[in-house]
Design a protein around this ligand. Structure first.
Ligand SMILES: Nc1ncnc2c1ncn2[C@@H]1O[C@H](COP(=O)(O)OP(=O)(O)OP(=O)(O)O)[C@@H](O)[C@H]1O
Ligand SMILES: [Mg+2]
Length: 280
C-alpha cells in the first residue's frame, strides 16, 4: 500500500479538495482506496456526504491509543472502491491529550499496519498545522503532496514543511517519506500574480512541482455540498479534468503507465534531501 499525505500548514490551500478528488479518481481506475480524514474540521468526511457526528468510532480512536487498528473505524462511502476513516471534532482533543506520551507520533502508522494488504492506496487529509496529527500522518506515509495556492508566494512555509519532513525521516527510522510533488492550486491563467507565482515555484523547485495545475473552478467548490467528488458532480468540468490529469501524472511519477493497474503501486519518488536542498 502506498500512503500519501496531503500536507500544508497553510489553511485553505486545497488539501481536502485534492484528497477527496484524487481518492475518487484512483477508485474510478479500479484501485482500492482508503481516505483518512485526519482533520478535526471533518471536511473530507462531510465532503463525501457523510455526517461526522453520526460515527461512534472515528480516526480519533486510532490516534488516541497505540495499536488500535484503522480497520475498526472504516466506513463505506458512496463511491465504489473508496472507503473512509472519518473524523469528528473530538480529534482536536487528541493533540491536547497526547503530548508527552512515548511513541505518540507512531499511533497512525501502527494502526494502518493491519489494512496495508486491503488497499492499494491510502490518502491522508491533514489539518492546517504541523502538529501531532500531521506528524502521525507523515511518519505513516510513503509520499507527500503539498498543495500551494498560486496567488500567494509561500516560500517560508514551504521551507518549514520540507525541513519538518527531513527531520522526521532522520528521527523515525521506518519513516522514508518522500515529497511526491508540490501542486499549484487556485491557478488563474489570466492573472499576473498567478503566473508569477507559478514561474517562481518552477524555477526554484523544478521537477518537484507537478506539471498539472488545479485551476480555480466553481464546480470544484460546489461538489462538496452535493457530497460528491467533482469527477461525478461535473465530469466535463475543467476541475474534473485537472484532477484526472493529476492522477495520471502521479501514476507516471510512480512509474506506472496510465490505465495499467498492476499488482500494486510502485515505490519510486523524489528524494526529500533533494527537495530540502532545492529550497535552500
Ligand atoms: N480549484 C478550486 N476552485 C475553486 N474552489 C476551490 C478549489 N479548490 C478548493 N476550493 C474551495 O476552497 C476552499 C478551501 O479548500 P480546501 O477545503 O480543500 O482547503 P484545505 O487546505 O483543506 O483547507 P484547511 O486548511 O482548512 O483544511 C473550499 O471551500 C473549497 O471548496
Ligand atoms: Mg482541509
Amino acid at each position: 500500500m502506498r500512503t500519501v499525505s496531503i500536507v500544508n500548514q497553510k489553511g485553505g490551500c486545497g488539501k481536502t479538495t485534492t484528497a477527496i478528488n484524487i481518492s475518487a479518481a484512483f477508485a474510478s481506475l479500479g484501485y482500492r482506496v482508503l481516505l483518512i480524514d485526519l482533520d478535526p474540521q471533518s471536511h473530507a468526511t462531510m465532503g463525501l456526504g457523510l455526517d461526522a457526528d453520526a460515527f461512534s468510532r472515528t480516526i480519533y480512536d486510532v490516534i488516541a491509543e497505540p495499536w488500535i487498528p484503522v480497520s475498526r473505524v472504516i466506513t463505506k462511502t458512496g463511491i465504489e472502491g473508496l472507503e473512509l476513516a472519518p473524523s469528528n471534532v473530538f480529534l482536536g482533543t487528541a493533540e491536547l491529550e497526547l503530548p508527552g506520551t512515548l511513541g505518540n507520533e507512531l499511533h497512525l502508522a501502527g494502526g494502518l499496519a493491519d489494512v496495508s494488504d486491503e488497499y492499494d492506496l491510502c490518502i491522508i487529509d491533514c489539518p492546517p498545522a504541523l502538529g501531532l496529527l500531521t506528524i502521525n500522518a507523515l511518519v505513516a506515509s510513503t509520499d507527500v503532496i503539498a498543495p500551494v495556492q498560486a496567488h500567494y508566494y509561500p516560500l517560508e512555509g514551504l521551507k518549514r514543511l520540507l525541513e519538518s519532513v527531513r527531520i522526521l525521516r532522520e528521527r523515525f527510522h521506518p519513516c522514508s517519506v518522500e515529497i511526491l510533488g508540490l501542486l499549484l492550486t487556485f491557478v488563474e491563467d489570466r492573472t499576473v500574480l498567478s503566473r508569477q507565482v507559478q514561474g517562481r515555484m518552477r524555477r526554484l523547485f523544478g521537477n518537484l512541482v507537478f506539471d498539472t495545475v488545479i485551476h480555480t473552478n466553481l464546480r470544484v467548490a460546489e461538489a462538496p455540498s452535493a457530497g460528491e467528488s467533482v469527477l461525478s458532480y461535473a465530469p466535463q468540468s475543467r476541475g474534473a479534468g485537472d484532477y484526472r490529469s493529476l492522477t495520471a501524472e502521479i501514476l507516471g511519477r510512480w512509474g506506472i503507465a496510465e490505465g495499467v493497474r498492476d499488482a500494486g503501486l510502485g515505490q519510486e519518488g523524489l528524494s526529500i534531501l533533494d527537495a530540502a536542498a532545492m529550497a535552500g
